[in-house]
Design a protein around this ligand. Structure first.
Ligand code: UGA
Length: 441
């Protein structure tokens, strides 16, 4: 049955999920207090880069199922189901900043004009459901009731639309059958396709999200440490990871070594979970270690490049890739931020190239030179580092690269170039955990 749904917050999660749910046949209004953002969306502009998002938004806007408004009160009053999808950035003490969630809860409480479902999609600390519930109760002066649902999202930036339409599972945390049935209806096409629908209580749902992200972060830090040990004992981490992954209990996913995880989720969520655990007197030593390992992995890449180039002062260094992963323009917590910090501070001339993320990095590092191609970035460079595994870097021609650079020196933090080919072409190079990544060539 078609439902009237409102999303509050038009960031990654709100926009992708709102568009996705309208694609399921529901009528969706995406609301935001940011007038400018709403104006842009109403004019068909998508404020973020996400493959397939423009198509799904356009399709549903044209079908009359998806619209945008800055009238948050009106959108709440019109809805049967309200999704909270506002940001929960990390605050200075490591905890998630819930001020936006609290503000939205108040607005919902003031506009409760009938029975509604209030459903949180933002990643929020365990116990937030209870808090949201009591804020709404506190503001609600009517007899109208609501049920609360925690419905965490497992979208990856760069493949968020696909992840939304074809999820591995849907988690519905709620204490009432009525709310579960309504949410099942919202996700009806997935339910029919037999996507597992996990009905659990609110706190368990909140925990599932954090525990999942923290586990994936842990897996990455683990393989990064194994990669570092591989360097010391001359083993090849790629073959180690691939072979480990054949074991179904381990799985090959999230076992790619690299410069350390970044993005808006893993760094923030691991900190938030570790902080909650500490506060509860049940510390998560494994996650705390994963965080430390990740921070040092980012610096380790800087040290590798410094060793290869013999110091940064006065050198021209090409940085290929700025986004925290391919298919996104997001540079938040990207390992390239750490790289640029050290390079600029130690007096390198940096030529950076990224297919789409340069604009975002420019705001953090206005003094870096941003060029429109990798060829320009490497021209006359004393050293080059690959920070993001964009496809166009996988196929870069080593002969061209060598002829353009002043000194053929490469650090491949994503292990996308062949050590054998680099060696044959006469490069000085290093990578993460692969033999022939020798510093002595
Ligand atoms: C992550 C989770 O994968 C999603 O399931 C979750 O919904 C999302 O956070 C969220 O909480 O919203 P995302 O941050 O978009 O998604 O990106 P990932 O693909 O998970 O990559 C995160 C970082 O880990 C990137 O910097 C990536 O380069 C790195 N990574 C990933 C590795 O270094 N090795 C790997 O094997 C995998």
């Amino acid at each position: 049955m078609m439902k009237q749904i409102t999303f509050i917050g038009t960031g990654y999660v709100g926009l992708v999920s709102g568009a996705g749910i309208s694609d399921f046949g529901h009528k969706v209004v995406c609301a935001d207090i940011d007038d400018k953002k709403i104006d842009a969306l109403q004019n068909g502009e998508i404020p973020i880069y996400e493959p397939g998002l423009k198509e799904i938004v356009d399709r549903n806007v044209n079908a009359g199922r998806l619209s945008f408004t800055s009238d948050v009160d009106g959108a709440i009053q019109a809805a049967e189901v309200i999704f909270i999808a506002v940001g929960t950035p990390q605050s200075d003490n490591g905890e998630a900043d819930l001020s936006a969630v609290k503000a939205v809860a108040k607005t919902i409480g003031r506009n409760l004009n009938g029975y509604k479902i209030v459903c949180t999609k933002s990643t929020v600390p365990i116990g937030t459901g209870e808090m949201v519930r009591s804020i709404i109760d506190g503001e609600n002066t009517t007899e109208n009731q609501f049920d609360y649902v925690s419905n965490p999202e497992f979208l990856r930036e760069g493949s968020a639309v696909k992840d939304f339409l074809w999820p591995d599972r849907v988690v519905i945390g709620t204490e009432t059958e009525k709310a579960f049935d309504i949410l099942k209806d919202v996700y009806r096409p997935l339910y029919i396709n037999e996507t597992p629908m996990i009905h659990t209580n609110v706190k368990t749902a909140e925990m599932i999200k954090y525990a999942s992200n923290a586990f994936l972060a842990l897996k990455i830090s683990y393989i990064n440490e194994i990669a570092n040990l591989c360097e010391a004992v001359d083993a090849d981490v790629h073959i180690v990871a691939k072979t480990m992954g054949i074991d179904g209990r381990i799985s090959p996913k999230f076992l790619h070594p690299g410069p350390g995880y970044g993005g808006s989720c893993f760094p923030k969520d691991t900190h938030a979970l570790a902080t909650i655990a500490e506060k509860e007197g049940s510390p998560l030593k494994t996650i705390e270690a994963a965080i430390v390992t990740n921070d040092s992995q980012k610096v380790r890449m800087v040290n590798k490049l410094r060793t290869l180039t013999g110091g940064f002062k006065g050198k021209t260094i090409a940085v290929l890739g700025l986004a925290f992963k391919p298919q996104t323009d997001d540079v938040r917590e990207s390992a390239s931020v750490t790289m640029l910090e050290f390079l600029t501070e130690e007096g390198a001339n940096v030529n950076a190239y990224d297919p789409i993320a340069a604009e975002n990095m420019k705001q953090k590092f206005p003094n870096v030179t941003y060029v429109p191609s990798w060829e320009e970035a490497v021209s006359n460079a004393d050293g080059m580092v690959i920070m993001t595994e964009w496809n166009e870097f996988r196929g870069l021609n080593l002969d061209t690269l060598k002829s353009l650079m002043k000194t053929p020196t490469v650090l491949d933090t994503r292990n996308i170039l062949s050590p054998t080919a680099l060696k044959k072409a006469g490069f000085m190079f290093d990578n993460v955990g692969r033999p022939n990544g020798s510093k002595t060539l």
